[in-house]
Design a protein around this ligand. Structure first.
Ligand code: F3S
Length: 753
């Protein structure tokens, strides 16, 4: 443990510190005196104060010192704009930025990338210059998707990382505790503040048996999502263990951890094992693998470690699954899928199959997909549906080009898209169906909320393994089960597809492809950061006003949202990604996807001052111009989905004071606090029903205190005033954020700015 091993091949002087981690862990061990889960070991070994920190799973707020930060380009803009206002010369924690979200899929990788470079020039210039200025590693457009690049270059067993993207947990496939956060949390860590996380509960998933045939690692998480649902992982880390773990590839484990975000889990992770060692070795990091082996005793759970909940899955019995449409937890095993399609009248024809994305674009995924495509080609047939391939990184693309899988997928009819998010985040200029036309698509992605991929609310989007995507694409219909059904070859003879095969790692090593990394220069003093004052895409941030110290009376309810209100509903992605660095412009998408309980429609609310029905952002702007603060009432798991702090910045910018819900998704709740908003929950969830959209409310802000209830008085439009008890999760320092107007204001104040 005394050896020094660098965290990554791309940076000098940043070492993996197992010795320090071990020291911290021993302090905590003596205090807790019980067996620990692997997730706990990683978290506790990164405590800022291992002696004094309160540690109770599900209760305490841990102050942590992450090893790294990773940002994607959509979230990095606001994170860096915020970091700039903290006034520091360089980041205090190793950080990287990855250009992957802003490339729209239209006609194929090369051309799409060129177009993106023109369209996003000012954003890329801003990111590239600010990264150079503040000592941040910059991965240019075309380099690949953040989580794949992190896996290939930065993740290591036992490490703690935060990333400004909800699928950051992907790095759990390399035994890292990697957690998706908002840009505001990233700013804290870049600025050397400890990062705060409510001590997660730990859900164990014990894997036994061995997968075979058409079952893929993806099916494990599709199954787990079906069991736990989109709410079931909230506040918990999902920790996989058991004898089945050793049979999974490292990248397959990454897939499972990645999609754990869909059940609301804080993160997911696997213990260090030989498959991780192999992956590290094949990606030029054998030294890390050897170092991890020397610390292996602490890179898995202790014997007898207790989980808050335990799920067991026998991989020998696990069927392939297809989840969806519209939600990732509607899990159907392939043997029941045809029935489900009929019973629910899902459109049978499969319009598009899409493989790749950060979830499923490993060498193994591409090899298995190509084996199925080759099988079809051998029978003289090709993809019946439109078929797209998104390599996760330039390294994957170059390697599968060299080894032939790419050609097979193209011969099969595949359009190879840029090494970027593309259709997964709605960056898809889809032409084959009209908006509003019901249709089905199937992908190897992770998230399938309404409208996410193509902006069409009538698109039925399903998620599954890349293997099943390719098989269904051959058939062109959802009424196909490759395990039991025959296809017709060109010669008219019937045949069955062979189960997929493919190597996990390339026998000849990876081909790095084109050089896509920009290291920060040695001398950074002369770098100037490019932000045009006339830009409609970038805007330097102005601090929010501090709290006025008073209770807030007679606030209108801007919207009472009903049902699922994800961050996509609150701050839609797709075309709006463009404005991620411009708070005022992006605020024009605020809550436009949320369903108004008053009329069952999106983006139609009544302005109480004029009586007119108008769009949500317009109404909020009108209230703001009249000096009226407002609240939103929301349903269960409000803000589930992504980590984007825009979903919190926008209501703050447009004059919102509080969001009052039945429950919150963790990241969104914290983001609201950071921006100086009040995320509050109904102490009795059924009180949600007592509030009418046209009611007014008083919020007793002066009552805000740690662990104390919070009173709301409701003034019904006609009727007797009544009180509703609310709850909150503010701690001392978070209350300061509210008082100062935001976490950033607090930071600047403490730094004496
Ligand atoms: Fe990108 Fe989709 Fe992953 S948006 S980071 S490919 S979930």
């Amino acid at each position: 443990l005394t050896k020094k091993v660098e965290m990554t091949n791309w940076e000098k002087g940043h070492f993996i510190n197992y010795a320090k981690m071990n020291e911290n862990l021993n302090i905590v061990r003596q205090r807790l005196n019980r067996p620990l889960t692997y997730a706990e070991k990683i978290l506790y070994s990164h405590l800022d104060d291992p002696h004094g920190q309160d540690i109770e799973r599900g209760k305490s707020y841990l102050k942590l010192r992450p090893d790294r930060v990773a940002c994607q380009d959509a979230t990095a803009q606001m994170a860096i704009l915020q970091f700039m206002s903290a006034g520091m010369p360089s980041v205090a924690t190793p950080t990287t930025v990855h250009c992957d979200h802003l490339i729209e899929a239209q006609i194929g990788g090369e051309k799409d990338l060129e177009r993106a470079q023109q369209i996003n020039k000012e954003v890329y210039d801003f990111l590239s210059t600010s990264c150079a200025k503040y000592d941040i590693g910059f991965w240019k457009p075309g380099s690949g998707i953040i989580h794949q690049i992190v896996m290939e270059n930065y993740a290591f067993p036992g490490g703690l990382m935060i990333g400004t993207d909800s699928h950051t947990p992907n790095a759990g496939g390399l035994g890292m505790c990697a957690i998706g956060v908002g840009g505001a949390d990233a700013v804290d860590v870049m600025a050397n503040l400890p990062w705060e996380l409510k001590a997660p509960k730990v859900i164990g998933v014990k894997l036994t048996g061995e997968m075979s045939g058409w079952t893929a690692p993806k099916d494990i998480i599709l199954k787990v999502a079906g069991i736990l649902t989109v709410k079931g992982g909230t506040g918990a880390i999902i920790e996989y263990h058991g004898p089945g773990v050793n049979n999974l590839s490292c990248t397959g484990m990454g897939t499972i951890c990645n999609m754990g975000a869909e059940i609301g889990a804080t993160t997911s992770l696997f213990p260090f094992n030989d498959r991780m060692y192999d992956y590290l070795a094949s990606t030029n990091r054998k030294a890390i693998g050897d170092f991890s082996r020397s610390y292996t005793a602490e890179l898995h759970e202790d014997e007898g470690a207790e989980y808050d909940e335990l799920i067991e899955i026998n991989l020998s019995e696990l069927e392939p699954h297809i989840n969806g449409p519209f939600t990732p937890d509607l899990a159907t095993p392939i043997s029941k899928f045809k029935e489900a399609v009929q019973a629910n009248k899902w459109p049978e024809e499969l319009k598009v199959g899409l493989i790749g994305s950060c979830t499923n674009s490993s060498y193994e995924d591409m090899s298995r997909a190509a084996s199925i495509a080759q099988d079809a080609l051998d029978h003289g047939i090709k993809a019946k549906s439109v078929f797209t391939v998104t390599p996760g990184s330039e390294q994957i693309r170059a390697t599968i080009e060299r080894d032939g899988q790419l050609k097979t997928l193209e011969d099969f009819g595949g359009m190879v898209l840029a090494n970027a998010c593309g259709p997964c985040i709605g960056q898809w200029d889809r032409q084959d169906v009209e908006r509003g036309q019901p249709n089905s698509i199937i992908s190897s992605y992770n998230r399938n909320f309404t409208g996410r991929n193509d902006g069409n609310p009538a698109t039925h989007s399903f998620v599954t393994s890349p293997d099943l995507v390719v098989a269904m694409t051959v058939a062109g219909t959802l009424n196909f089960n490759p395990l039991t059904d025959k296809l017709k070859g060109k010669d008219g003879k019937e045949f069955m597809l062979k189960a997929p095969t493919g190597e996990g790692l390339p026998a000849n090593g990876f081909d790095p492809g084109r050089d896509t990394y920009q290291a920060p220069p040695q001398d950074r003093s002369n770098v100037s950061v490019a932000v045009s004052p006339t830009s409609d895409r970038l805007q330097v941030l102005q601090p929010f006003n501090a709290w006025d110290g008073k209770d807030a009376m007679d606030l209108p309810i801007l919207i009472k949202a009903q049902g699922k209100t994800t961050t996509d509903h609150i701050s839609m992605a797709g075309p709006w990604l463009k404005y991620r660095g411009h708070l005022d412009n992006i605020s024009n998408n605020m809550l436009i996807g949320a369903i108004n309980s008053a009329n069952g429609e999106a983006n139609k609310v009544k302005n109480f001052t004029t009586g007119e029905t108008d769009a949500v952002p317009n109404t909020a702007r009108d209230y703001k111009s009249k000096g009226i603060r407002w609240v939103v009432v929301g349903d269960w798991n409000y803000g589930e989905g992504s980590s984007r702090e825009h979903a919190a910045l926008e209501p703050r910018h447009l004059g919102g004071l509080a969001i009052i819900t039945r429950s919150f998704a963790r990241i969104h709740e914290t983001n609201l606090k950071k921006q100086g908003m009040l995320p509050l929950t109904f102490a009795n969830p059924e009180d949600y029903d007592k509030i009418k959209p046209e009611d007014k409310v008083d919020l007793m802000c002066t009552e805000l205190a740690v662990g104390k209830p919070f009173t709301m008085k409701v003034h019904p439009a006609n009727g007797q005033e009544f009180e509703v008890p609310l709850a909150h999760t503010f701690n001392e320092s978070q209350i300061e954020w509210f008082k100062n107007g935001s976490a950033l204001n607090t930071m600047a104040k403490n730094a004496g700015h």
